[in-house]
Design a protein around this ligand. Structure first.
Ligand code: NDP
Ligand code: 2IT
Length: 446
């Protein structure tokens, strides 16, 4: 990065956010691709857009006390970072994972600003979460935690103010408990959360949306480069919400998914993953992915999650967590002939990994664009809630498909306009940024 102004703002960000490397990583990546925009648009610099966009509008940090099944008091930490409301109410998921701290929520909230802008729907950026670990907890414990979490959060959110949703560790069960508590405290039935159950205001296809959207984006990127999913070997990391529905759609589009993982290890099934079995294990029984081999003797299980990137494939879809592909894993993917990486997870590739993708002319679909289908469909859920109406699965899926095609087009044309054709990371950052920046400039110094 050569631009003095961006270098100075980045220095301030580093000083203000010590000990938060994920946030610095996310800001650095965006700044590196915004250099040509900054040079072309001194008006945005004069309006202080860059100085303002890296500082959250509001950060809420709170105690979440709850009582476990043994009657013992447990205390977790709750977070909600309302990053930017220039183009709509704050919007973004809630992550429940022991690794959660402010640096994780901040990087996710920052990326959410640009992602939500790319969807073309009116949503600002936010993220929340807690260091609570739902794994191994009873339904009662999860419910008491979710109720306590919402007992503080309810005063900061609302259908026209801030609309949380799922992320790692937060699925339909957790959203249900949080929604119930919000409704009870506020005495209002509104679309304050998305990813709700279908019997109380949820949208059809929201469960599938992130994984399906990832494949729609990838398909579009492949087609623009004379390729397709047909007959391709696909490796997908994770085995949660995003990974499961990416597997489903990649298979429908003609790909063969041969591997999935969780934080303990990965399975490799040369015959193609039996998704019905994975859904049963993960969605119904909440078991570990290694149980798959008990009923699939031809499949292999290996301890450790990094080894999944040593499996030869054409297309890799990381769908687990941040920084799961480092430079070394990226180099192995490239050496084994992988020519396309599209990100279902948020920031799954380290900066070194991204350098390897570009050095090897691989197609790279960055998270902000490639996984925007989840939040886009959350936006469609908000519309349906406001209208007190619901669309069919096919209607929502068709809208999701259109949105993902348009996101690819926006990334493609911004990459060309700013002299970096084929660099969809730069295209996504620039296209996402410009809409928010214009809105921030128009609304004055707030
Ligand atoms: P889930 O909780 O449903 O699944 C997460 C999966 O990733 C699990 O298989 C989990 O394994 C694995 N995982 C989580 N943390 C780690 C870790 N530290 N190391 C290795 N594996 C890990 O979450 P989602 O599928 O919803 O989310 C996956 C990714 O997609 C996240 O990056 C999320 O931010 C992103 N995303 C999600 C969206 C959504 O709509 N849900 C939308 C856009 C992005 P284990 O069970 O062992 O923890
Ligand atoms: O990272 C993400 O985009 C999500 N976890 C989904 C957010 C949402 O509001 O649906």
């Amino acid at each position: 990065m050569k631009n003095e102004y961006l270098i100075n703002v980045l220095e301030t960000v580093k000083k203000r956010n010590p000990g938060e490397p994920e946030f610095i990583q996310a800001v650095t990546e965006v700044f590196e691709t915004l250099e040509p925009v900054i040079e072309k648009r001194p008006d945005l610099v004069a309006a202080g857009v860059i100085d303002r966009i890296v500082e959250p509008e509001r950060q809420i940090l709170f105690r979440v006390p709850w009582v476990d099944d043994q009657g013992k008091v447990q205390v977790n930490r709750g977070f909600r970072i309302q990053f930017n409301s220039a183009i709509g109410p704050y919007k973004g998921g809630i992550r429940l994972h022991p690794s959660v701290y402010s640096g994780i929520i901040k990087f996710l909230g920052f990326e959410q600003i640009f992602k939500n802008s790319l969807t073309s729907l009116p949503m600002g950026g936010a993220k929340g979460g807690s260091d609570f670990d739902p794994k191994g907890k009873s339904d009662g414990e999860v419910m008491r935690f979710c109720q306590s979490f919402m007992t503080e959060l309810y005063r900061h959110v609302g259908a026209d103010c801030d609309v949380p949703a799922g992320d790692i560790g937060t699925g339909a069960r957790e959203i249900g408990y949080m929604f119930g508590q919000y409704k009870r405290l506020q005495n209002e039935f509104t679309g304050v959360l998305t990813g709700k159950g279908l019997t109380y205001g949820g949208s059809l296809a929201r469960t599938q949306a992130t994984g399906y959207g990832l494949c729609y984006f990838t398909d579009e990127m492949l087609k623009a480069n004379g390729k397709s999913f047909e007959g391709q070997t696909v490796v997908i990391s994770g085995s949660g919400n995003v990974a499961i529905y990416a597997t489903e759609k990649a298979t429908q589009l003609g790909g063969k998914v041969v591997a999935l993982s969780d934080s303990n290890g990965y399975i490799y099934d040369k015959d193609g993953i039996d998704l019905a079995c994975v859904k049963q294990l993960k969605e119904v029984e909440r078991k570990r992915i290694k149980e798959y081999v008990a009923t699939h003797p031809n499949a292999e299980y290996h301890e450790g999650c990094k080894g999944i990137w040593t499996i030869p494939c054409d297309i890799a879809l990381p769908c687990a967590t941040q920084n799961e592909i480092d430079g070394e894993s990226a180099a192995i993917l490239a050496k084994n002939g992988c020519y396309c990486v599209a990100e279902g997870a948020n920031m799954p590739s380290t900066p070194d990994a991204i350098n390897v993708y570009f050095a090897n002319n691989m197609l790279y679909g960055p998270a902000k664009a490639a996984n925007a289908g989840g939040v886009a469909t959350s936006g469609l859920e908000m519309s349906q809630n406001s209208m007190r109406y619901s669309w069919t699965f096919e209607e929502v899926d068709a809208k999701l498909h259109d949105i993902m095609v348009n996101i690819f087009k926006a990334c493609d044309s911004a990459s060309k306009e700013y002299g970096m054709p084929g660099n969809y990371m730069a295209g996504a950052n620039i296209a996402g940024f410009l809409k928010v920046a214009e809105a921030m400039k128009a609304q004055g110094c707030v």
